[in-house]
Write a protein that binds this ligand. Sequence first.
Ligand code: KG4
Ligand code: ZN
Length: 344
Amino acid sequence: MLTLGIETSCDETSVALLRDEADILVNLIASQVDAHQLFGGVVPEIASRKHLEVLNPLLAQLQKETAIQWQDIDLVAVTHGPGLVGALLVGVAAAKGLSYAYRIPCQPVNHIEGHIASNFLARPDLKFPMLCLVVSGGHSDLILMRDHGVYERLGKTRDDAVGEAFDKVARALGLPLPGGPWLEKTAREGDPRAFEFTPANLEPSLDFSYSGLKTAAAQAMQKSVKVQNEQGGESRVADIAASFQRSAIRQLRRNVERALERYPVATFGLCGGVAANGALREELKQAAEAAGVDFVVPDKVLCTDNAAMIAAAGYYRFLARPEAQQHFSLETLEFDTHSLLPVA
Ligand code: KG4
Ligand code: ZN
């Protein structure tokens, strides 16, 4: 079975071709990071326009690289939320167009379900029940997965997502975009114990909170700039980055450890853009090993936004409910909103 994946929810335009559940034939990703650099963050209107410019050439490149005809495709899977509305619309319109023109069923995919599916691209044979930590620019979710498509949310952020905190702190530290990877790089040069940033603890809940940590790190930066201006001395940017990252990871690890104590699972999976962070990967691997649970984290390129994970999520969802497949006619261009991630 050949699934075409399309992802345009934020600032990466991506198309992928997946054979069956995990054979990635091609996964093309065009980042818009340069277009947003000047503004210090993603500008929604620029994102939509860039997707519009890039998506068709990317689809043409996919066809060229795989020598595929559109009529050979069995399913089109497209991200339909959550994300920037104008950006999502570009991918959804392309998917509907292909679906309508070539009579290919179209499967709308929830972006978070896409991130979860990236674990199964890495290892299709993972055992359930599975605990998933989804950490991205918009989400910090702890999810208990009993089967494909069967989710229970155990914890979520009460304010900022962890990726958002990485991005905002990176900006306060004067680092370029993308903030998360730059913060990680800068943290390697600093002392993680230089600043005491206490991680939020919302026990007994498994929820997260990152706004306090974000503010503490930004204030530490302001103070250190003032001291440097008045008294001279070394920049504290690397120490703040390292101390922030340590505290951010401690909170994630503590909640994962609590969840592993409370829920007997076979597997623990880490996914989402922040899962590309080397220090986080190492810490959570140790936590899983200590709990005697199988650990999985996808390759870094499959952690950040990509269409291969959307194709995989679409594949599982389509197989589970083939009757929910959608053929588009000009009269029915609506998606079935029931296919949103059924998180409790
Ligand atoms: O999943 P993703 O590509 O997009 C969303 O769905 O949000 O995640 C992007 C987030 C951004 O906040 C980015 O700064 C963060 O993931 N990120 C990282 C790293 N790479 C990406 N955060 C920390 N360390 C990294 N190496
Ligand atoms: Zn994402």
